[in-house]
Design a protein around this ligand. Structure first.
Ligand SMILES: Nc1ncnc2c1ncn2[C@@H]1O[C@H](COP(=O)(O)OP(=O)(O)OP(=O)(O)O)[C@@H](O)[C@H]1O
Ligand SMILES: [Mg+2]
Length: 250
């Protein structure tokens, strides 16, 4: 059972110690990571992925439930608490969606009936329908990403999910986050997208490889996020219609 993860300060690229004392994150929370290119967002996500103990370039330490995690948690894939969705992931296997999901469910000791559920939910995230007998290699970027999100939600089902930039995939981001966070997971999302950044409860602002500050999302920002989400849905709807060769009227 994960009750919390804690990030303890390390050093930025200039060797200066980060100014926060500790950052505790609890299940059900979505935390954003923002900052310019090269500011250290991916490095922070990787520290968590590796459960760093002062042994990465940032020298940060990561605790689980307030203590140093067991060494087996760091290196044994069966004990992995963490699922990561990174921008450059693609399916390479020559098998169908069904075969892949069944194999994965089996490896994870999960019910094979989950396959249907994963495909169903993946289809709520993308405009291009995915069927179980499609080959993985023919899936578009949006379809692959939707399938990965649904897989992480139902089959991988790790309590901690790290997402490095979901925005360019052309999927319903808001729904994807709901699907992932609904199950009491801890989610960290690296993003340049205001829709996702304002969806979080707080965001870490990165600069020169260190956490510069931590913002709590304001009520104004949360209201704005609702409006941005409405616009995003509309954009998604129009994009799909344009792609289907339809004329957009009113
Ligand atoms: N605290 C640090 N100490 C030393 N090196 C660091 C630190 N933080 C990040 N780096 C290094 O700086 C480089 C850029 O960092 P990183 O890839 O994390 O940036 P990013 O914010 O993810 O950028 P992008 O938006 O382009 O993905 C990497 O080589 C990373 O290893
Ligand atoms: Mg990065």
């Amino acid at each position: 059972m994960i009750e919390s993860i804690t990030i303890l300060p390390g050093k930025n690229k200039f060797g200066i110690t980060e100014t926060f004392s500790r950052i505790d994150i609890y299940p059900g929370e979505i935390v954003g990571v923002v900052g310019p290119t090269g500011s250290g967002k991916s490095a922070l996500i990787e520290d968590i992925e590796q459960l760093a103990q002062g042994d990465t370039s940032t020298q940060r330490r990561v605790l689980i439930n307030g203590t140093v995690p067991d060494i087996s948690m760091r290196f044994d894939p069966k004990k992995k608490l963490i699922a990561q969705l990174s921008q450059n992931m693609n399916f390479l296997a020559d098998m169908t969606v069904r075969e892949f999901l069944q194999l994965h469910a089996k490896c994870r000791g999960k019910d094979l009936n989950l396959v249907e559920q994963v495909v169903y939910h993946a289809n709520t995230l993308t405009g291009e329908p995915i069927t179980e007998n499609m080959n993985l290699t023919v899936l578009s970027g949006g379809q692959s990403r939707s399938l990965m999100v649904a897989d992480v939600a139902f089959i991988s089902d790790s309590p901690i999910v790290l997402i490095d930039e979901i925005e360019n995939a052309g999927i319903k981001k808001h729904l994807a986050m709901e699907l992932l966070s609904g199950k009491g997971k801890i989610i960290l999302v690296v993003t340049h997208d205001p829709l996702l950044a304002l969806l979080t409860s707080r965001r870490m602002v990165m600069k020169n490889g260190g956490v510069e500050k931590i913002f709590n999302t304001t009520t104004h920002e949360t209201d704005l996020c609702v409006e941005l989400n409405r616009m995003d849905r509309e954009l998604f709807r129009i994009r799909e219609r344009v792609r289907l060769g339809e004329e957009i009227v009113a």
